[in-house]
Ligand binder design. Structure first.
Ligand SMILES: Cc1cc2nc3c(=O)[nH]c(=O)nc-3n(C[C@H](O)[C@H](O)[C@H](O)COP(=O)(O)OP(=O)(O)OC[C@H]3O[C@@H](n4cnc5c(N)ncnc54)[C@H](O)[C@@H]3O)c2cc1C
Length: 316
């Protein structure tokens, strides 16, 4: 039996869907799951987090200090809460925020940390994580009274394990030491979810030809509630921002559905998306290498196929 803390990430809509896989990783016979939230009332999250097994939802509060501006203060509060609730394992999302906070917690506590895990075995205290751009995975043993890990979004299939969750507020007498203050956060202007957390990604490559043409993919993604990704060539040519790049030198994604539009299927691109559950390729060259690596292939011009797909999906 273990006390497992889960750092929950929220946005303007509440608890991010990507947390559900992390909650699922924490489930297990006799485990107590304590979900920690910041910047949102615990009571607003008990229903949804209880559905995934949280017995308690704890709001971390900083007694008047602006938590959002100080990652160090956030990490300090988490460390105090970990002690208070006798946490053995602390799980988080492998997002830019999750990675940053967990690294701070690890630095301050000396606890072992594994980032970007694909699975966790709490009883064995092991995690599986990818190396060398996903060419290989390793099982790591994490020893310590507190073990930290972040889990790749969508790597673990979400599973409900409903319980009734209680809600409480935890605060400690920490203050912002001022060493690092977040001055401004620029939101993604598209309003779409970040590709690293998206369940559905429509990605475009070189043949898109311009930033304007990427809107074809944007419309399709909006119909499905997904995000838009890009190959490195499309980014280098200025058609898309680097935040959209998937691959070895871009982001690693693990969506349920990945639609590759006009991508040749390079190893460097695949390094970033090969854990996608279903890969659909649209390419006008029937011999394109991507057709060897996808689940479904559509041979055709993306400028015809994608709008037709968007129209068909909109009708559903
Ligand atoms: C060290 C290193 C790191 C790299 N990192 C990355 C990375 O992180 N991410 C990444 O993506 N790449 C990366 N690359 C680049 C990678 O090797 C490829 O060059 C790149 O992925 C190819 O991009 P693409 O598929 O968009 O273009 P292309 O290889 O030019 O492929 C375009 C495809 O579109 C098809 N096509 C053309 N017109 C149409 C149409 N109208 N409709 C449908 N299909 C059409 C063509 O048949 C072709 O298969 C890296 C390379 C190196 C050396």
């Amino acid at each position: 039996m273990a006390n497992i803390g889960v750092l929950i990430e929220t946005d303007s809509t509440g608890v991010k869907i990507a947390n559900y896989g992390v909650m699922t990783a924490a489930q297990g016979e006799g485990h107590q799951i304590i979900a920690f939230v910041m910047g949102i009332a615990a009571t607003a999250c008990t229903e949804i987090l209880g559905r995934y097994g949280a017995t308690q939802v704890i709001e971390l509060s900083s007694q008047g200090e602006n938590l959002a501006k100080s990652p160090d203060l956030q990490a300090g509060l988490i460390i105090d809460a970990v002690k208070e609730y006798h946490i053995d394992f602390l799980f988080g999302l492998c997002s830019s925020k999750g990675k940053d906070i967990m690294a701070r917690v690890a630095a301050q506590t000396g606890a072992p940390l594994a980032q970007d895990c694909l699975s966790v075995d709490v009883a064995a205290r092991t995690v599986v994580k990818p190396f060398f751009s996903g060419r290989t995975t390793a099982t790591l043993q994490l020893n310590g009274s507190l073990v930290l890990c972040t889990i790749r979004p969508n790597a673990i299939e979400e599973k409900e394990a409903p319980v009734t969750a209680g809600a409480a507020v935890f605060s400690s007498a920490r203050s912002n030491d001022g060493r690092l203050v977040i001055k401004e956060v620029k939101k993604n202007p598209s309003g779409r979810v970040d590709i690293s957390e998206a369940n559905i990604i429509i990605t475009g490559g070189r043949p898109l030809g311009s930033a304007d043409n990427f809107q074809i993919l944007g419309k399709c993604a909006d119909t499905l509630g997904g995000a838009v990704g890009a190959s490195r060539v499309a980014v280098d040519l200025g058609y898309a921002s680097h935040s959209m790049q998937v691959g070895q030198t871009g982001k690693t994604v693990s969506p349920r559905l990945y639609v590759a539009c006009g991508l040749s299927g390079s190893v460097q691109h695949f390094a970033g998306m090969k854990t996608a559950k279903v890969i659909v390729a649209i390419n006008n060259d029937k011999d394109a290498p991507i057709f060897q690596k996808c689940d479904y292939g559509i041979i055709g011009d993306l400028f015809e196929v994608v709008p037709a797909l968007t129209e068909a999906l909109a009708k559903r």
